[in-house]
Design a protein around this ligand. Structure first.
Ligand SMILES: Cc1cc2nc3c(=O)[nH]c(=O)nc-3n(C[C@H](O)[C@H](O)[C@H](O)COP(=O)(O)O)c2cc1C
Length: 356
């Protein structure tokens, strides 16, 4: 699998998720099998680039190549500047966001709202490709199936993008109007795949190895992208890779291994965000990690009251040590996939609050 001339180790990607796929989480997913990780979106608004939030999003310290940065905005010249700015800071691939339905983004006519204005979408793609081509940086595009049920224009936009020089297109199988509700559909993704020569990535509601195989079969896509199902379960990438390669399921990870991954993730997280924000923003990751485990809900409620990082870390260690005594392998309560796929309320709140 290649993006332009850049080779990837495999064709299973972690989806960009604002407020989730920061550098520590991307690195965790990569270490557990994801072949590619795109940063959370970075605004094209120059005045915000120096803000702490945007500079944290543009932090790639120690991240394995290729470094991919997603940009969002509505002005072709600003988007081209944003691409150049991020390339100067290490981006090796630039991804254009035409998929995010968050109000804060759509009110500014960015994200998936751009799918409704094809001339503007075309101008943005052309400007970003023109900025990146001389630097030999591939441009990719992430979109939904369309604006609404009656306006599924993904195939037209994807063909436009390919003609303009885009190197890969990702399609989330929902319209903008759907937000995260209902089920992702894969017919439109399959139609995009059939219409293009460049690689096409299928995304939406892939939460198990079987579903991954099914989406590959239905779409013929070159790669799969996984978002919510990786929250609290980043080893899903190696599970899917193993299943696709062998047709067999990996056993669940050892509980102490999960403890080690989460501990390392928390250290990295605190390092990026510092004490005050770190302890608060780590809660969602810990909550996702424990939500389907025995005693997880009660632990989550207690842990949310802790407001220092060392105490939070000790609480997490204690929870997993007790769990490991009773369950050397991580217990499978069967609710993980469903809770990830149905976490729409949480995710929508998260999106609206964090997208910028
Ligand atoms: C909390 C959250 C934040 C997201 N942020 C972004 C984003 O910054 N850029 C983007 O293109 N998509 C974003 N998305 C959409 C995901 O990349 C993905 O397309 C969507 O979640 C469907 O995939 P899934 O069913 O595997 O989660 C976000 C989704 C969630 C849940």
């Amino acid at each position: 699998m290649h993006i332009g001339s850049i080779a990837l180790p495999n064709a299973l990607f972690v989806a960009p998720m604002a407020g989730v796929t920061d550098r520590p989480f991307r690195m965790l997913c990569r270490s557990l099998g994801a072949g590619y990780a795109v940063s959370e979106m970075v605004t094209s608004k120059r005045e915000l680039w120096a803000s702490l939030k945007t500079s944290r999003r543009a932090d790639h310290d120690g991240e394995p190549a290729p470094i991919a940065v997603q940009i969002a905005g509505v002005d072709p010249a600003e988007m081209a500047d944003a691409a150049r700015y991020n390339i100067d800071r290490g981006a090796q691939i630039i991804d254009i966001n035409m998929g995010c339905p968050a109000k804060k983004v759509c009110n500014k006519w960015a994200g998936s709202a751009l799918m409704q204005d094809e001339p503007l979408a075309t101008a943005i793609v052309a400007a970003v490709v023109a900025a990146c081509a001389p630097l030999n940086v591939p441009v990719t595009l992430k979109m939904r199936t369309g604006w609404c049920e009656t306006e599924r224009n993904a195939v037209r936009l994807a063909k436009m993008a390919e003609s303009a020089g885009v190197a890969m297109v990702t399609v989330h199988g929902r319209t903008r109007e759907q937000g995260y509700k209902g089920q992702a559909e894969y017919d439109t993704v399959a139609a995009v795949k059939a219409a293009l020569r460049i690689p096409v990535v299928a995304n939406g509601d892939i939460h198990s190895p079987e579903k991954a195989r099914e989406v590959l079969r239905l779409t013929g896509a070159d790669a799969l992208m996984i978002g919510r199902a990786a929250q609290g379960r980043p080893w899903i990438f190696r599970e899917i890779l193993h299943f696709l390669a062998t047709g067999e399921h990996l056993p669940p990870p050892a509980t102490h291994e999960v403890q080690r991954w989460l501990t390392e993730h928390l250290h990295q997280h605190y390092g990026l965000y510092g004490e005050h924000i770190g302890v608060r923003s780590a809660r969602k990751h810990i909550g996702w990690a424990v939500r389907a485990l025995p005693g997880g809900e009660a632990f989550r409620a207690q842990m949310n009251l802790i407001d220092d990082t060392q105490a939070q870390l000790r609480a997490v260690q204690g929870f997993f040590e007790t769990l490991a005594d009773a369950h050397p392998l991580l217990p499978q309560l069967g609710a993980l996939a469903d809770s990830a796929a149905n976490d729409e309320d949480d995710n929508n709140k998260n999106l609206t609050a964090r997208a910028a």
